[in-house]
Write a protein that binds this ligand. Structure first.
Ligand code: ZN
Ligand code: ZN
Length: 341
């Protein structure tokens, strides 16, 4: 039997025929990157190939000196006879599934993805393949997301109530992805949006990629306290309930994370409000993506891998888990640059 098109090595997912790695976790010569979260885009690679919207984010996070090339979705790159192309993953700005084709066989490495259209990121596109490599952060049936319109109505109502009482609203979220999804979907007529530096850094890279975001005001020591009162502050979780947040008092705090679907996590998170909003696919989303891929084999990489693989086996789809260095969504989400998911 021929060697599989992609193998799992101690450096990452390796396409030996092209000598290219996908989202490697140790330094390699040539890397294709699904998206700019730090567990997928790591420093030290000889060169980076990614979606064109990810390129400014990679420079922002890994340094302006890296060798990075950005390409549009659907463009084909032939490397040593292997054809690579990127397709929307719907996870965060610039996120891509990597399609790999060699001698009539097609593999797709999903990276992280969600199937709901978030109104900012180009929506997930099903790509037909023989083997689908999938995350399954929320690969158990309890995780079923409500439509984001419902969640944003809750967030708006909370913000509006706080603003009417002169209380600041502090929502913690990943600085890349969730933060921009929130600012693009909340009702900006309620008040101004203030941002933590880690969030604003990502905003700048995203605007540099040519994507429009609503107006945001970087929060500094000099920010007018009158402005803070009715504002929505978006910050990584690591900043909330630290001295950084002192000048925001009094405030109401919230977290936007898929884990907030489960009551136990909501209680333990020590914030006033939890909103179940995730940039990862829920249980129906994972199943829909697997079915739409038409894959006869599914490899699970991070999350509830064994459970999801077993479920797929029961559905007649060959599936097994491979060990990787990818992380799921963190519970108290959103530590900043070093955060993941
Ligand atoms: Zn991610
Ligand atoms: Zn991830």
């Amino acid at each position: 039997m021929d060697m599989p098109l992609i193998t799992f090595t101690d450096r990452g997912m390796h396409c030996a025929a092209a000598d290219v790695y996908i989202d490697p976790w140790r330094p390699v010569q040539r890397a294709i990157i699904t998206h700019a979260h730090s567990d997928h885009a790591r420093p030290g690679m000889g060169s980076y190939l990614c979606h064109e919207h990810s390129a400014p984010l990679l420079r922002h996070r890994l340094g302006s000196g890296i060798a990075v090339e950005g390409i549009p979705y659907g463009e084909r790159r032939v490397i040593n006879g292997v054809t690579f192309s990127l397709h929307p993953a719907g996870h965060v700005i610039g996120s891509a599934q990597v399609r790999v084709e060699h001698r009539g066989e097609v593999w797709v490495a999903s990276g992280d993805y969600k199937v709901e259209n978030d109104g900012l990121t180009p929506p997930f596109e099903a790509v037909r393949c023989n083997t689908f490599i999938t995350e399954c952060t929320f690969g158990v049936p309890v995780y079923i997301w409500q439509p984001q319109a419902v969640i944003f109505e809750e967030i708006n109502a909370w913000w509006r109530a706080n603003a009417s009482e002169g209380i600041c609203t502090v929502l913690s979220a990943y600085s890349l992805g969730k933060a921009q999804r929130i600012m693009a979907n909340v009702d900006t007529s309620i008040g101004p949006i203030l941002t933590h530096g880690a969030v604003e850094g990502c905003n700048a890279a995203i605007r540099e990629a040519g994507i429009e975001l609503p107006e945001t005001i970087p929060l500094t020591r000099e920010t007018d306290p009158a402005l803070i009162k009715g504002a929505l502050v978006i910050a990584p979780g690591s900043a909330v309930d630290t001295p950084w947040a002192n000048k925001l008092r009094p405030y109401s705090s919230g977290i936007a994370s898929g884990w907030m679907q489960v009551r136990g996590w909501r209680r333990r998170s020590a914030v006033d409000r939890g909103f179940a909003l995730s940039d990862h696919a829920d249980w129906p989303g994972l199943n829909a993506a697997v079915r739409a891929s038409g894959a006869e084999r599914v490899i699970t990489t991070h999350g509830y891998t064994d459970l999801f693989s077993r479920w797929l086996n029961e559905q007649g789809i060959a599936s097994h888990t491979e060990k990787t260095a990818f992380k799921g969504e963190e519970v108290l989400a959103a530590t900043d640059e070093e955060s993941t998911a």
